[in-house]
Design a protein around this ligand. Structure first.
Ligand code: FMN
Length: 197
């Protein structure tokens, strides 16, 4: 079953929206390998994300093959256990200042989030696993990769070919299904006032 058809079984949108959005989800089961050109198209999607003044603060540090072992060392044990079958592990960083006059860019994280989602949506559209992670040692990643203070580490993600849930440890396999979301009324204030808990 494809990533999208699994999502359609679990997720029912409450307003008219492209399936692109609600059929993206984050599986952990991976088997086989994606090609370089398959990976490349995901970063191409990220490249076209919008950003304030079009400064494009996102950067992606990609590890495949043997180099993946170095990135695996950053991960908490829970993530290590399912990431071993990923084709690529990626550290997503953002440039804190705009390259234009080196002024602080207040939206560097916001814009990098947009690029990450573009990557994830393109991955889901192609039926690939793209799974975001904050469960890793940020300091270690900064030190080992020698990431300069000009950049903030935002997150990591695992990218790979979707596999059967049987490749996962039993507990994890049980959780291998698309989850739900808050109600629209919990995230949108229609009357233009701040009325959130
Ligand atoms: C920034 C970020 C960090 C995340 N960190 C982890 C993680 O460390 N380990 C993990 O298994 N999932 C992680 N996730 C996956 C989320 O739990 C998942 O995206 C969320 O439950 C929504 O589910 P969905 O992506 O399947 O729609 C992370 C997702 C994001 C966006």
């Amino acid at each position: 079953m494809s990533l999208q058809s699994i999502a359609k079984k679990f997720r029912k949108p409450k307003a008219e929206v492209s399936p692109l959005f609600y059929t993206r989800w984050s599986p952990r089961a991976m088997k086989g390998k994606l090609t370089k050109s398959e990976l490349k198209s995901l970063f191409e999607a990220a490249r076209w994300a919008p950003s304030a003044f079009n400064v494009q603060p996102w950067r992606f540090i990609v590890a495949t093959g043997k180099r993946k072992d170095v990135f695996t060392d950053f991960l908490v044990d829970f993530n290590k256990s399912w990431c071993k079958n990923a084709t690529a592990l990626v550290v997503i960083i953002s440039r804190i200042n705009s390259e234009y006059k080196e002024k602080p860019n207040p939206t560097h994280s916001f814009d990098t989030g947009a690029a990450w989602l573009s990557l994830a949506l393109e991955g889901a559209r192609k039926g690939f696993v793209v799974h975001g992670m904050s469960g890793f040692d940020y300091k270690r990643a900064k030190r080992v990769l020698k990431i300069s203070n000009k950049y903030k580490i935002e997150a990591m993600c695992a990218i790979g070919k979707l596999g059967p849930s049987s490749v996962l440890p039993k507990d994890m396999a049980k959780q291998e299904k698309p989850n739900q979301r808050k109600k629209l009324s919990e995230i949108v204030s229609w009357n233009g006032t701040f009325d959130f808990k």
